[in-house]
Design a protein around this ligand. Sequence first.
Ligand code: DGN
Length: 259
Amino acid sequence: MIAMFDSGLGGLSIWRAVQTALPAWPITYLADQAYCPYGGRSKTEIIERSLKIGHYLHSQGASLLVVACNTATTAAVAALRQQLPIPIVGVEPAIKPAAAASRTGRIAVLATAATLASERVQALLDQHAGEVEVLRRPGLGWVEQVEAGELDSTLTRRRVAEVVRPLLQENIDHIALGCTHYPFLSPLIRELTGDSIALYDPAEAIARRVDSLLQLHGSDSVGDHCYRFITTADDPQAMAAMLPLLIGHGYAVESLNLE
Ligand code: DGN
């Protein structure tokens, strides 16, 4: 079984890509909605939550764990790799391909404030930005709007415009999406940017990485394509109601108390 987790529903953008690339694999997705958003939490707290979730998913039979959250990857991927005896795949903003493809020499990376301020993003910039100027912008309120299922409301449009409109004056030609919630707002971002700015969502690259690691480790769980969805929130119905909107299909959701 492939396991993945996020602070909430954003990691479903990774789920979609992994499920499409590996349709024969069972996937268990855990949304830590009792602790969402992770953006304002301390590194220690995010590590503690991530380890608790990682150990739980391993106990459920995970062959591989995808940390489908940039904020949790930044804080906790090293601790997870130390403690769990399975491959761990983290996510990170696609700064490298965006910078490599830029013709204007200016790109933007959109992520949570925690991710933007992290050493991991600084290291990506140091290694891959080169001469390219990278504007860092937090999508203020975006995670909350996706969690609320408001992918196209007036407030969501306003929140997206507040961040994206000023970028239209900046001569950027690529935007790297560095939060797994943000691809669900891509249609609104594209309405503002048109074709002049390319959006980089790392989901498909993550799915290719998962595929190659599973082949490398020769795991044998193929054949039973059942999908499990778990939330740490009290009300699993709320997440169940969101699944058709976010991944195009309804599934039952279990509630789990992970205190
Ligand atoms: N989807 C998470 C990420 O990629 O960073 C959102 C983090 C949060 O909860 N703010």
